[in-house]
Write a protein that binds this ligand. Structure first.
Ligand SMILES: CC(C)(COP(=O)(O)OP(=O)(O)OC[C@H]1O[C@@H](n2cnc3c(N)ncnc32)[C@H](O)[C@@H]1OP(=O)(O)O)[C@@H](O)C(=O)NCCC(=O)NCCS
Length: 177
């Protein structure tokens, strides 16, 4: 498996259309919007590529993906432990807008693996511009439970939103449930 930035991987239509994760909106976004959001610099997508599984056009199958963009959280929207000594306006964040593993690869531990990579990328982004938390909106109760299991804290205000303290990731690279 190999993780590559969307623009560097330049995935074909066949690669993008073959991705099926069980949440149609996430499949559609990868197929039709990821490239545009990358070109407009609204979000950066990363692809997990299975280089041992080649599609009919000879390109590797996309096993998973996530996308990141910049964001912020109001102090009252942040769990108390992450809101200590906040900057005056809002807490700088990296938003993980989408995160998915293809059905063929689910149940094999790729989710936690890719989540670790996403958190590491968020820490790297925070090293450049400053970001205290990662922010995610869970698409379903199942996704919510997944994030909570891997250390995300539910938002005190928004029912499906969770946050992760990037200072913790920066201090210990390995993410254990
Ligand atoms: C949610 C998702 C990312 C999980 O990835 P995955 O690779 O299938 O994860 P796995 O099933 O291999 O799980 C790995 C570990 O996470 C745990 N886990 C998986 N789903 C879980 C859930 N809903 N709640 C709690 N734990 C969960 C597993 O029990 C396993 O732990 P173990 O190793 O101790 O047994 C994947 O199912 C997916 O992409 N679903 C559809 C899209 C989606 O919902 N994305 C989230 C968008 S917000």
């Amino acid at each position: 498996m190999r993780l590559r930035r969307f623009d560097r991987a330049d995935p074909s239509k066949t690669q993008r259309k073959n991705f099926v994760c069980g949440e149609a909106t996430l499949d559609r976004w990868l197929a039709s919007q990821a490239r545009q959001s990358m070109e407009s610099r609204d979000a950066v997508s990363y692809l997990l590529l299975d280089e041992d599984a080649l599609l009919e056009d000879g390109r590797p199958r996309i096993a998973g993906y996530f996308c990141l963009s910049s964001g912020e959280v109001k102090i009252e929207e942040t769990p108390e432990a992450m809101a200590k000594r906040p900057p005056p306006e809002a807490i700088p964040a990296v938003r993980m807008g989408r995160f998915a593993i293809d059905e063929r690869y689910q149940g094999a531990g790729w989710g936690p693996e890719l989540l670790s990579e996403a958190l590491r990328s968020a820490v790297a982004a925070g090293d450049l511009i400053g970001a205290r938390v990662m922010l995610v909106d869970a698409i379903s109760e199942k996704a919510f439970a997944f994030y909570e299991r891997f250390g995300f804290t539910p938002s005190p205000i928004h029912p499906m939103q969770l946050l992760y303290d990037l200072r913790v990731v920066a201090a210990s690279v390995r993410i254990d449930p």
